[in-house]
Design a protein around this ligand. Structure first.
Ligand code: SOE
Length: 386
């Protein structure tokens, strides 16, 4: 079988999720190319060496430039923090490697456009990690919409709710630093909903938003552990320069309306990604923490027994599920990454552009920046004016 040699930058939360995907994908799916976990890269030698061993990579590098220039690598996977995306993605494209990059694509729209231009110029394949598209229930929603089962779409109403930074003494981890992350709740969480809304409903026309940073100062992080981190004793407090919560309303080009809320201050919600779409013939409702289910309402159901029904999206007929367990045996978060990698390998093997790709990354970034502009200027912003 043909091989696809992978080099990955980053070995923390997303690095682990992607490594697991490369490791497991061919055990469950029939892949046209076998991914070979050639090398993983990180700045801290002891850390990356341990990750290479634990996750099953053949070798490790401490310089991403070395990784990108290795002749035995076909695909560069970027799971490092957002401020590292641009340089690595452009260098990888220039070296003729396919590129898979975590979201959001870049710190700014200008950077995202530069990345897109570089991959288009070199003709490599590119994919962005909006992993939630790969939940089987999301694929079912897409199918229902494409088949006209929801009719004309009127509303997209989405919330992405987390609570992991509510404690004012929680340290200023990289996700709370604008220079590293680009933005706060909007770029980290809102980006997923923007992508979902674009995928399922269409392009945004205009947006109007507001945001807040509830905790203005936090102790500087000294050690990261997963999403979290520790501050050194007596660490001085520094200003938080990203949003803790952002709420925006929007109008799609097809006339539908949207309400989107992204917050890290929703006590009790650990990873509550929830959205509902309402159309002329029905509605769907998805909640990530119950990702094996889909709520579906059809106006065509018989009078008297109408109501939201719960579909268990675990049958072999559902997207990706044929490869997993018998019906009713549920899957989880990590499977969305395996599905991404499966689709990426298939696209590369058949010389097709994967989706979502860096074009989608740019379109998402455009909406993020339009929302930020609207917050700053306290007015509606046309997305295409950004
Ligand atoms: C942290 O907020 C985080 O891990 C995001 O970075 C991911 O993109 C999201 O899927 C879950 O939450």
């Amino acid at each position: 079988m043909k091989e696809l040699n992978v080099g990955m930058v980053g070995y923390k939360f997303m690095g682990k999720a992607h490594s697991h995907a490369y490791k497991d994908v061919s055990m469950f799916f029939d892949v046209p190319m076998q991914p070979i976990m050639k090398a993983i890269c990180g700045r801290d030698e002891a850390g990356v060496k341990e990750a290479a061993h634990k996750f099953g990579w053949e070798s490790y590098e401490t310089s991403w430039r070395n990784l990108v220039n290795r002749s035995d690598i076909d695909l560069i996977d970027i799971t490092a923090p957002s401020n590292a995306h641009k340089d690595i993605a452009i260098a990888a494209a220039q070296a003729g490697k396919h590129v898979f990059c975590e979201k959001p694509l870049a710190l700014t729209l200008a950077d995202a456009r530069e990345i897109l231009a570089a991959v288009e110029k070199s003709g490599v394949k590119h994919m962005i990690g909006f992993n939630y598209r790969r939940a089987p229930a999301i694929q079912l929603i897409k199918k229902l919409i494409d088949e006209g089962k929801l009719g004309k779409i009127y509303h997209f109403r989405g919330f992405y709710l987390q609570d992991w930074i509510i404690d004012p003494d929680f340290p200023l981890v990289w996700r709370l630093q604008k220079e590293v992350a680009g933005s706060g709740s909007l770029g980290d969480l809102g980006a997923h909903l923007i992508d979902m809304a674009r995928y399922l409903v269409g392009e945004f026309d205009e947006v109007m938003g507001m945001n807040e940073t509830f905790v203005k100062e936090r102790p500087m992080v000294s050690e990261m552990t997963g999403l979290s981190g520790k501050a050194a004793d007596n660490s001085p407090k520094v200003s938080v320069n990203v949003d803790d919560a952002t709420v925006f309303i929007g109008r799609f080009k097809n006339g539908a309306l949207s309400v989107i809320e992204a917050t890290r201050f929703a006590a009790g919600h650990r990873n509550g990604m929830w959205f509902e779409i309402n159309g002329s013939k029905g509605s769907v409702r998805f909640e990530f923490e119950r990702m094996n289910e889909l709520q579906y309402y059809s106006t065509e159901d018989e009078e008297g027994v109408q109501g939201f029904r719960t579909i268990q999206v675990t049958e072999p007929v559902h997207a990706y599920m044929q490869a997993w367990w018998p019906a009713g045996h549920v899957i989880g978060y990590e499977h969305t990454f395996i599905h991404e990698v499966y689709d990426l390998i298939n696209a590369i093997a058949s010389d097709k552009m994967p989706e979502p790709n860096f074009y989608d990354g740019v379109k998402c970034q455009q909406v993020l920046e339009a929302v930020d502009a609207s917050v700053a200027e306290r007015r509606w912003i046309k997305v295409d004016d950004i």
